[in-house]
Design a protein around this ligand. Structure first.
Ligand code: GLY
Length: 418
């Protein structure tokens, strides 16, 4: 089977790896991919300028399954166009991808289906947003559109809120759009990602990502500086509560609203004193959660996604390892405010007991790699306990470096007892 993964980051590198490790041994392609991904996936021949030409190139190559990694392609109608052309696609159609692409759409969906979430107001101007904040801090401000992980600000004071609102409404950093002013929810976060197909769902291994740049959750928000995953990350009772109050009502809500959904549905949750509440939905696997969760998935992941893309799930096709998995991100100098490229990466060949997923790298010739900005790579390791996985991941990460690299030292420690 010829399968293509759409995207180019660490999540897509993890998806390509998991597909390659599938028992059915598919032929794996990636678009647009990266130099590192192309070591194990074929590039898609042809010129791609939009969804139409991407689907045409897939058809010309005989692609039999399309796996959407990046949200932007799904929001632009990749799944609609591919499915119309007869290519089963894992990733929702554009109408359903609005759950991620529009924060207001997602909030309205949650309210309609009684899914627990924080209160919010939707605002169209700086003055409206300031009135909705009403001097109450901390507050959460979200641009109502896709912003590559940069459209959310948790503001502890007016100065921070003003700076974000100026970026959105004055500088139009993300284009035109509204801002949601959301209630600030306190508590540890958990990412619960489910495979969903035509009203059926299967919850994958729960994970926790660490979004702030610095140790102790200090510094600016990033795309994620690391993640930890395990079947026992949260206890069974809490997972049951999340299933009954969030996952099942979300999947049933999609069906009730006539929203076709075949793909990963990501619920970003905060465990408040009043129970789990949804911070956000995403319509694809998390990044860096994929780099922590997918090494724990065994069986035939390719056959599982193929079945799901055609309608319905067959849980017997995959197995979940009950070990712990930890993924540690190395980010480039200046990230996230800016980012530097062209720094030589050393030590990649020395990593022996972990996986390396490339996100922002490019070939530097002679088999080496250099940074290409943003989050550069992730090192993922598994272990029988959280401590064992963490020790291994940090020991392997210590072998890799580049000038100006940034990393956290508390992934898999912070927000856990002991
Ligand atoms: N880890 C957060 C995200 O994938 O959006």
């Amino acid at each position: 089977m010829k399968i293509i993964v759409i995207g180019k980051g660490g999540r897509e590198h993890a998806l390509v790896t998991a597909l390659n490790e599938s028992a059915s041994a598919p032929e794996v392609y990636c678009y647009p991919g990266s130099d590192a991904i192309f070591a194990t996936a074929k590039p898609l021949p042809g010129v791609v300028t939009d969804v139409g030409s991407l689907v045409a190139a897939m058809l010309a190559e005989g692609i039999e399954l399309c796996v959407g990694g990046e949200e932007a392609w799904l929001a632009r109608g990749l799944a609609d166009a591919a499915r119309r052309s007869g290519i089963p696609t894992w990733g929702p159609v554009a109408a359903s991808a609005q759950l991620e692409a529009s924060k207001e759409f997602a909030k309205q969906f949650m309210v309609r289906h009684q899914i627990p979430t924080g209160g919010y107001a939707s605002t169209a101007s700086l003055d409206e947003a300031k009135a909705a904040i009403g001097g109450r801090y901390p507050t959460v401000l979200k641009f109502d559109g896709l912003a590559a992980g940069k459209g959310v600000a948790v503001c502890t004071d007016e100065t921070q809120a003003d700076a974000f609102l100026a970026e959105v409404f004055t500088d139009k950093r993300f284009g035109d759009g509204r801002v949601l002013v959301e209630e600030f929810l306190a508590g540890p976060e958990v990412s619960v990602i489910s495979a969903v197909s035509d009203g059926e769902y299967q919850i994958f291994t729960p994970a926790r990502d660490y979004k702030r740049l610095g140790d102790g959750d200090a510094g600016p928000n990033t795309g994620g500086m690391g993640a930890v995953a395990s079947r026992v990350l949260i206890d069974e009772e809490l997972l049951d509560e999340i299933e009954s109050t969030v996952v099942k009502p979300s999947v049933d809500g999609l069906v009730a609203d006539g929203l076709d959904f075949r793909g990963f549905l990501y619920a970003g949750l905060i465990l408040t004193e009043d129970g789990p509440k949804v911070l956000e939905y995403n319509c694809r696997f998390g990044d860096p959660e994929a780099q922590a969760v997918l090494p724990l998935v065994g069986g035939d992941f390719a056959a599982y996604l193929d079945r799901g893309a055609r309608g319905g799930l067959d849980g017997s096709l995959v197995a979940f390892d009950d070990r712990w998995s930890i993924c540690l991100v190395l980010a480039s100098a200046g990230y996230p405010a800016s980012s530097r490229s062209g720094d030589a990466i050393s030590g990649l060949g020395d990593v022996s007991d972990a996986r390396v997923y490339h996100a922002g790298t490019r070939s530097a010739g002679g088999g080496g790699f250099e940074t290409a900005g943003g989050r550069v790579l992730a090192v993922s390791a598994t272990g029988a306990s959280r401590a064992a996985a963490r020790d291994k991941a940090y020991a392997e990460l210590a072998k890799v470096d580049f000038p100006g690299s940034q990393r956290r030292s508390d992934i898999g420690t912070l927000h856990f007892d002991g």
